[in-house]
Design a protein around this ligand. Structure first.
Ligand code: URP
Ligand code: ZN
Ligand code: ZN
Length: 474
């Protein structure tokens, strides 16, 4: 039982008691008397919010001749203390491997997870056979999202025709296509030119991936999705130029959604110019942008043109991983950590500093991700019948983010020293208290694979126009 707290959903803020039985919320009422032997948490003065759903994580992910520093053990613990109770992680298919075979491997890797999980299947190599796997993936495996890259040529990138064919098939089966939108061909040319001129510092990572090339690819992906009549989700929107393309597409009725990440909301390009190769810690793609983009992205979240916040947690240690690119920025593995801090950063800079409402905070961290990626109505709200995935936040206490106490398996934290007014006192996953006051109290291996539903635009309040355009049979 959780008594005396203030429940926050995407639409409401009100005081009530909550009764949890087994894994579910079974009762919400103004006053509930605890039954004999019930464990009671007094949440007076605290918010009770749905557990964060981070739909953009790269745990245990091989990439750029190394692998991410967090696996499902350290990563799921870090997530738990940070208020994230579900993740959707990326797979990575090996050469000559079917998507289903690859998924099996990832399910094995994730078995140790302390929190619930699902997967977006990456498609990095087109074949006609892969198209035939998509309906099986969705129906039998509950994988109702895939991921395509328009950059990282030679490793992950697909071309426009491949993207079109894949999206078309995906759309027919209620599968959302995630897109990393940057023009990889031109970026690779700009990178080669910079290196040949001896411009090897981390700041050139930003100079060789300009906002225009993110906007161009974003517009292209949106148009291809429009013609393919398929739902599309643009990951990690970093700048005004790309956001404008999303807004234009939404206006003309494309079933389009977009995400941004905490790093684009509170960090900026100047971090890449830090001396002594410190800038290497902040290399991610798209790159950190000019500071002026931050308020534009916050406004996009507030207005709904950005639907979600994902961490894009793609952690590499500074020593031994980021330093691979000390003399050549293009050898720095791309990615920043964020799974442990996403929820707190959004709470502090969003809610506490008045950029978004409490309800909007819940929408972008939980409700919208759940609806978009087929976890609703088990997850994504505080309501009877939902999983008891709950985060209790005391907004009157503060804490400071530091690598010294983090669960992320890293020798730095991108948000070092930032003060958060809001302590996550309890994190519950399906009724178990898995974190308390910043300490992991859960059990490894208790996380469950989430069979996810097919996409349905009506859940997202899509325009009538978008709905009528959506011809799929889901
Ligand atoms: O730099 C990033 N974002 N690394 C992870 C891979 C990706 O592009 O999402
Ligand atoms: Zn990406
Ligand atoms: Zn990513």
């Amino acid at each position: 039982m959780i008594k005396n707290g203030t429940i926050v959903t995407a639409t409401d803020v009100y005081q009530a008691d909550i009764r949890v039985k087994g894994e579910k919320i079974v009762e919400i009422a103004e006053e509930i008397l605890p039954s004999a032997g019930a464990e009671v948490i007094d949440a007076r003065g605290q918010y009770i919010m749905p557990g964060g759903i981070d739909v953009h994580t790269h745990l245990a992910w091989p990439f750029q001749s190394t692998g991410t520093a967090d696996d499902f053990e350290s990563g799921s613990k870090a997530a738990a203390v940070g208020g994230i109770t579900s993740i959707i992680n990326f797979t990575n298919p090996g050469k000559n491997q079917t998507l289903i075979e690859n998924l099996r491997e990832w399910k094995e890797k994730a078995k140790i997870s302390a929190i619930d999980y699902g997967f977006h299947s990456i498609i990095n190599e087109y074949s006609d056979e892969i198209l035939e796997e998509l309906p099986v993936l969705a129906k039998e495996e509950g994988v109702t999202s895939i991921k395509l890259f328009m950059a990282y040529k030679g490793e992950l990138m697909v071309n426009d025709l491949e993207m079109y064919k894949i999206m078309k098939k995906a759309g027919e089966h209620g599968i959302v296509t995630n897109v990393h939108a940057e023009n990889g061909d031109i970026i690779d040319d700009m990178v080669a030119e910079a290196i040949s001129k001896g411009n090897t510092d981390p700041i050139y990572h930003a100079y060789t991936r300009p906002a225009e090339l993110e906007a161009e690819a974003t517009a292209r992906a949106l148009s291809i999705a429009e013609v393919a009549n398929a739902p599309v989700y643009i990951v990690h929107v970093s700048c005004k130029e790309a956001l404008e393309k999303v807004e234009m597409a939404k206006k003309r009725g494309v079933t389009a959604f977009a995400e941004t990440c905490p790093q684009y909301l509170v960090l900026d390009e100047s971090y890449l110019a830090l001396p002594d190769f410190e800038g290497g810690k902040y290399v991610c793609s798209p790159p950190l942008r000019d500071k002026s983009n931050q308020e534009v992205l916050w406004a996009g979240l507030a207005s709904g043109s950005l639907s979600t916040l994902g961490s894009d947690h793609c952690p590499f240690r500074f020593e031994g991983q980021k330093t691979m690119g000390r003399n050549n920025f293009s050898k720095i593995p791309n990615g920043v950590p964020g799974i442990e801090d996403l929820y707190s950063i959004a709470f502090q800079y969003g809610v506490q500093e008045g950029r978004i409402s409490l309800q909007k905070f819940v929408e972008i961290t939980s409700t919208a991700p759940a609806k978009l990626f087929g976890l609703y109505p088990n997850k994504g709200s505080v309501a009877v019948g939902f999983d008891a995935d709950l985060v209790l936040v005391d907004p009157n206490r503060t804490r400071t983010i530091t690598a010294e106490t983090q669960y992320q398996n890293l020798d730095y934290n991108a948000y070092e020293g930032r003060e958060i007014q809001g302590v996550l006192t309890h994190v519950l996953s399906r009724g178990d208290v898995i974190a308390k006051e910043g300490k992991f109290t859960g059990e490894l291996g208790r996380g469950k694979y989430q069979y996810r539903r097919a996409f349905h635009s009506s859940l997202l309040g899509g325009s009538a126009d978008a709905r009528s355009k959506q011809k799929s049979t889901i």
